[in-house]
Write a protein that binds this ligand. Structure first.
Ligand SMILES: Nc1ncnc2c1ncn2[C@@H]1O[C@H](COP(=O)(O)OP(=O)(O)O)[C@@H](O)[C@H]1O
Ligand SMILES: [Mg+2]
Length: 249
């Protein structure tokens, strides 16, 4: 599969309000470069999922604009915390589902789904059903389904939050490797400071109220990130900066 390249995003004055309450997101400005790996951090309820849904065009902003360049059909993939697999379909047919919806012929979509499964180290489970998978394997299947269309923008909403730590570490490493190979733009929402710092090249910390950006930081960490980085002083330093921003009122 060819590297897809990433999209650039430009959010200007974005507002999102539910009913007559205080706006969840108010006057948000955020520019994301093509090929960036951005982590969005913030406490529960601060509007992270709302923001991701706006970027995915699953909802409309109440004010402001979201410009995506280039913007084409099927370029965005979304990964949720729950794998959302169809229980009556095999792993292969789950991974191939987006291609089926796009009208891709059976042989081609199975070939592409196998490639995607291979990239997340799940090819040997291609013929199994979701109930026969561990939580980590289900998330790998969900990732494969997201990658199968070769997206230029990958949005992940706390995807590994329910997994045990070692499984999460493995998936973090794999996701980062996939990003490096493909050059797609990744926006990764998490409430985990360590995960944001380990994965991303840039981290944005949102305030509890109105999606105000408290910190926007380019992380000073090596491109190559192995498990040794997890306990390194460099990562610790970045985590302290993110933590300070999270705690600041
Ligand atoms: N569809 C909706 N209708 C009404 N309120 C909503 C809706 N979606 C989210 N909210 C509210 O918006 C706020 C932000 O939610 P969310 O974006 O899910 O936060 P996060 O993902 O950071 O935990 C919360 O107060 C939530 O209750
Ligand atoms: Mg959320």
């Amino acid at each position: 599969m060819q590297p897809s390249g990433g999209v650039a995003l430009d959010l200007k004055g974005v507002r999102r309000v539910f009913e007559n309450r205080l706006a969840v997101i108010e006057n948000l400005h955020l520019a994301v470069e093509a090929g960036e790996f951005l982590a969005i951090l913030g406490p529960s309820g601060c509007g992270k999922s709302t923001l991701l849904r706006l970027i995915a065009r699953l909802a409309e902003p109440d004010a402001g604009s979201i410009h995506i360049e280039p913007e084409t059909q099927f370029q965005t993939a979304f990964v949720f915390q729950d794998a959302h697999l169809l229980p009556w379909r095999t792993v292969l047919d789950n991974a191939a589902l987006p291609l089926e919806l796009m009208g891709v012929a059976r042989d081609e979509r199975h070939g592409r789904a196998r490639t995607a499964l291979e990239q997340v180290s799940l090819l040997e489970a291609a013929d199994r059903y979701p109930a026969q998978l561990s939580g980590g394997m289900r998330m790998r299947a969900s990732l494969a389904r997201a990658l199968v269309t070769n997206p230029r923008l990958l949005l992940l909403d706390e995807p590994f939050a329910a997994l045990d730590e070692i499984t999460r570490f493995r998936l973090d490493t794999q996701l980062r490797e996939l990003w490096r190979q493909r050059g797609m733009t990744v926006i990764f929402v998490t409430h985990s400071i360590s995960e944001a710092a380990f994965l991303a090249n840039r981290a944005v910390v949102l305030a509890r109220r109105q999606g105000r950006i408290k910190l926007d930081r380019r992380l000073e960490l090596p491109a190559e990130r192995g498990n040794e980085l997890r306990t390194s002083p460099e990562l610790g330093r970045e985590m302290r900066l993110l933590l300070a921003a999270m705690e600041e009122e």
